[in-house]
Design a protein around this ligand. Sequence first.
Ligand SMILES: C[S@@+](CC[C@H](N)C(=O)[O-])C[C@H]1O[C@@H](n2cnc3c(N)ncnc32)[C@H](O)[C@@H]1O
Length: 335
Amino acid sequence: MREELLAQARGCAELGSPMYAELLARAADDPGGAVAGVLDGRPEPASVLRMLGTVHRLVLEGRAPDLAAHYPTAGGTADPLAAWPAFRAVLAEHAAEIREGLGDPPQTNEVGRASPLVGGLLSVAAATGLPVRLLELGASAGLNLRADHFRFRHGSGAYGPESPVVLEDAWRGLPPVDAPLAIAERLGCDPSPLDPAAPDAQRLLLSYVWPDQAARVERLRAAFEVAARVPATVVRAGAADFLADLAPEPGVATVVWHSTMWAYLGEDEAARLRGHVERAGAAATPDAPVAHLSFEGRVPSRLDATQVVTLRLWPDGGETVLGQGPAHGLPLTWF
Ligand SMILES: C[S@@+](CC[C@H](N)C(=O)[O-])C[C@H]1O[C@@H](n2cnc3c(N)ncnc32)[C@H](O)[C@@H]1O
């Protein structure tokens, strides 16, 4: 447990959350303490993420005022690195509720992953010249179904419209930014879809963002604004069921997209999903192409701090690795 927590502390440090790095390092050196009691022998990354998320939700709900004083997302100004005693107290006081939360799927909807998504869509647009029918698997609140309404800043300028969502340092190297990108349909699925207009859902999504990462918090809040004016639908379904009738459609490029989702699939569902995409791909024509675009770990069934953008495009079915970046999507390096 100690080694696992220390490894995750290093991961948080690398991904830019000194606060969570410090809390997990302190937890690692608290054997038999509050964290060990809550995790109950399950220190794998998903459980730790859920534990941190539930504590953050308690803070955002106003139920942990001493800890809130350290959490910038709740207006806290006290030193985040000094949060450990209050954090430990919350774990002890709310142990049962936090333990219960370990079974819930994490509900991050990371707006930074619009960076690999839009770059990949530009590649599809460049190759096909067609508008996109965007189908997202594991869409959560569907924030990235509106990714073409975000602005992407990069070394030589910016791409996209003026927007409340501005992704700084989105791209190193450029995707084909001159390709005409139009999204004709925005549809997603998730076993636990969230309504981006509902305050409870917004709090839940915010709870999975690391509290000292101001830029992520800001872009999430800005994406709620975009979602309020750009309609998109997320239906309640697992990925394989959602794609059961997948077929190409003339006049549009059908793009199946997912990010940080594959690790949550069982083997059976993953196999069915692959089968549905292959079958639709086999039926694709130049006027009705099908694409499978993903931003997942190098071994997709495992969560990884680095993820790769992979595009498979039919009718020819060729696969290209387009780029890679940190799991939160920024900055995305295009190959
Ligand atoms: C880490 S979140 C990522 C959300 C979003 N794709 C993003 O990149 O911000 C994983 C998402 O996968 C969803 N999920 C879990 N099992 C799934 C399944 N069998 N089919 C589709 N989505 C699933 C979860 O509900 C959750 O919204």
